[in-house]
Design a protein around this ligand. Structure first.
Ligand code: CAA
Length: 378
């Protein structure tokens, strides 16, 4: 039975900051950001946009071509930037998508790795329940403290994937190389909005985990690296993926997979799947039947190397024009406005800013987040 990604779409913010602007205000050489880190822009999020609003937008796009939304009986929301330690962010998505009531909904967390855990869980679930479809949503907004080395690697996006039988985009293969090790390279205590990190340790552990998981994957699958046509890497910043690729030397399509990430910034759990979309949308030659390797890394740390085969006719399940427009239509924000975005929804009038999709965070009242359909506001 072939199981995998039947449809995939992403969303991000309507606003971005140029890294040139950040470099100017932080008195850094722009070349460090552009060449040294490999980033050009980062999506930044006004107070009326959060991991739920962009997740709803991505999920509405990904399910638009699902013939019957009632086939979706499980929704897994992967995030490390949740605002609630109890209620699942997925429940809001379930509500706005009007999915069936007997649909299992839950969040998964393990830094940037959790969407891969969700995808593998979805695959097992569909194997047991071949008529079911699972909606996997990965949504993260990455924030570091100002004036830290992490600041130019902020960003955010949501990816939604419908997982089912006979997938139109990619069939998941059975083998995975997995590596878990206790390391303090990146973490966010529950009382902080910004993540903390050890730069050098995080880069070292990422590359070490890539070695270990790729070796395990090759041993289990009895494949050689030459059997991989390309690799999508978790890309917290594009230079990280380029470093990874120097280690594996297996990716003539690498730059195509990094186009969206270089403009959006880090999107944590969504990042490796943004790379997949960028690869599929921006590679003119056909990728049908090509084997794509995936390296998923979540600090802390859990890493997994796995693979999939691109479906015949995959282009019919994609909307590259819409994806490109989503990025191109974003509005540039001046530096002082970027700084003011961290003031929060109750300080800034949400009506001042546009949302990317059809849902807005209207306000926070008695510690409850109140979301509204934008059409219901007008
Ligand atoms: N012109 C061109 N290049 C320059 C330059 C200039 N003027 N100045 C510096 N550079 C180069 C450096 O030589 C270096 O290149 P190499 O890596 O090839 O040596 C690069 O720019 C970065 O310079 P530094 O090492 O001095 O950078 P830094 O200390 O500011 O840290 C960072 C950079 C690691 C990306 C930092 O942004 C960071 O810590 N980010 C958050 C943590 C992170 O993303 N870690 C990645 C692995 S963990 C993970 O993947 C999970 C996750 O999503 C967070």
């Amino acid at each position: 039975m072939k199981i995998g990604i039947d449809s995939i779409a992403f969303s991000t913010s309507k606003y971005f900051l140029k890294l040139e602007t950040l470099a100017l205000h932080r008195r850094e050489d722009y070349e460090k950001y552009y060449v040294g880190i490999g980033q050009k822009q980062m999506s930044i999020f006004p107070p009326n946009e959060d991991i739920v609003t962009i997740a709803v937008d991505a999920a509405q796009k990904a399910t638009a071509s699902t013939p019957d939304k009632n086939d979706i009986d499980m929704l897994i929301f992967a995030t490390e930037s949740s605002f609630d330690l109890s209620k699942s962010a997925g429940i809001y998505v379930h509500n706005f998508l009007q999915l069936r009531e007997d649909c299992r909904v839950f969040d998964l967390k393990q830094a940037c790795y959790s969407a891969t855990a969700a995808l593998q869980l979805a695959k097992s679930y569909v194997r047991e329940n071949p008529r079911s479809k699972v909606l996997v949503v990965a949504s993260d907004i990455v924030k570091y403290l100002p004036n830290t080395p992490g600041e130019p690697t902020q960003g955010g996006a949501a990816v939604a994937m419908v997982v089912g039988e006979n997938p139109r985009v990619l069939t998941l293969e059975p083998y995975s190389g997995i590596h878990t090790t206790d390391v303090m390279d990146f973490w966010r205590p529950i009382y902080k909005s910004e993540a903390l990190f050890d730069s050098k340790l995080s880069v070292y552990n990422y590359l070490k985990s890539l070695n270990t998981t790729l070796e395990r994957y090759l041993t289990l699958s009895r494949l050689n690296t030459s059997d991989l046509d390309c690799i999508c890497y978790h890309a917290p910043f594009c230079k990280m993926a380029r470093k990874a690729n120097q280690q594996t030397l297996r990716n003539k399509f690498l730059e195509n997979s990094l186009i969206y990430g270089s403009l959006i910034g880090n999107s944590c759990s969504a990042s490796v799947y943004i790379c997949l979309l960028s690869l599929l949308d921006n590679t003119p030659e056909s990728l049908s039947q090509k084997r794509v390797g995936f390296f998923s890394y979540g600090s802390g740390s859990v890493a997994e190397f796995f693979s999939g085969i691109i479906s015949e006719g995959y282009r019919e399940a994609l909307s590259p024009e819409n994806s490109r427009r989503l990025i191109e239509d974003r509005m540039e924000v001046p530096f002082d406005e970027y700084e003011s975005f961290s003031d929060g929804i109750n300080m800034l009038p949400s009506s001042k800013y546009q949302n990317i999709g059809a849902v807005t965070l209207a306000r926070i009242e008695n510690d409850k987040r109140i979301y509204r359909s934008i059409s219901s506001l007008s």
